[in-house]
Ligand binder design. Structure first.
Ligand SMILES: [Cu+2]
Length: 266
């Protein structure tokens, strides 16, 4: 199995298995707040890493009997999506680990700065029939480190010359449509490229408790109705009030770019 690998210091791409999410019961509580759910456990083998250098992060995904879960259903082309975020949400890494024969997953990561971080494993045990997001804490360097404030909410974010504009508002406990429109030099971008089976991937996290929000893409490449830009749409439901940080990944001209937004939900 290949480990693919891409990461950004303050950026990420999101993903979610709309099929599994929509087809099966999903618990009402926020995701990512615990390391164990429905008998499955995320066990970090690596709980402390050096900062600023690439190093190996290892973990296990265990079933109710304490042995590694062997049968996973892919989510957007990957068996496991691993997200590591600094607890102030200013640093974000998203990678795709590979599994060894003994069931240990590993991936190279670079956590850019000292601090307290939280890791999330997003995966879908075949026996469960839906996606699980389990979280666990780890530290980089000496831990703690400088505190950064999230940028205030703004409707636009420019990355690599692409201006991304967000329309739509999140609402506590209600599904909402979010649209991101991509432009370059004032012109709509209409040649987005599929990336992990979608034109965009979105991850949202809540600053207060680091809840992980499941976001579902609206349409997919090749479905006959979803255009390759300028608009990439999602359906998102946040679990309650708070300050959220949204990380949108999209692929244009053969590179993955990430736009970030702050959203305050009353
Ligand atoms: Cu991923």
């Amino acid at each position: 199995m290949n480990a693919t690998h891409h990461q950004h210091d303050a950026a990420a791409h999101g993903h979610h298995d709309a099929h599994a999410q929509h087809a099966h019961h999903v618990p009402a509580g926020p995701a990512g707040l615990t390391g164990s759910e429905d008998g499955y456990t995320l066990e970090l083998v690596t709980t402390a890493l050096p900062a600023g250098t690439e190093t190996e992060l290892r973990f296990r995904l265990l079933g109710a009997d304490g042995s590694p879960v062997a049968d996973l259903a892919p989510i957007h082309d990957k068996l496991v999506h691993l997200i590591v975020v600094r607890r102030d949400l200013t640093r974000f890494v998203h990678v795709h680990p590979a599994v060894a024969d003994d069931g240990t997953w590993s991936v190279r990561v670079r956590l850019p700065e000292d601090g307290d971080y939280r890791a999330y494993a997003d995966f879908a045990p075949a026996a469960l029939g839906r996606t699980l997001t389990l979280g666990a804490d780890l530290t980089a360097g000496d831990g703690a480190g400088p505190a950064h404030e999230l940028p205030a909410p703004a409707p636009a974010f420019t990355v690599d010359g692409r201006e991304v504009t967000l329309t739509g508002e999140l609402a506590a406990g209600e599904g909402r449509r979010l649209e991101f429109s991509v432009a370059r030099d004032g012109q709509p971008v209409t040649d987005l490229q599929p990336y992990l089976a979608a034109y965009g991937h979105l991850v949202a996290l809540r600053l207060e408790d680091l809840a992980y929000v499941h976001v579902h893409p609206d349409g997919s490449p090749g479905d006959g109705t979803t255009a390759p830009g300028p608009v990439v749409a999602f359906h998102a439901q946040v679990p309650g009030p708070g300050t959220y940080r949204l990380f949108l990944d999209f692929k244009h001209e053969d590179a993955v770019r990430t736009a970030e937004f702050t959203a305050v939900v009353a």
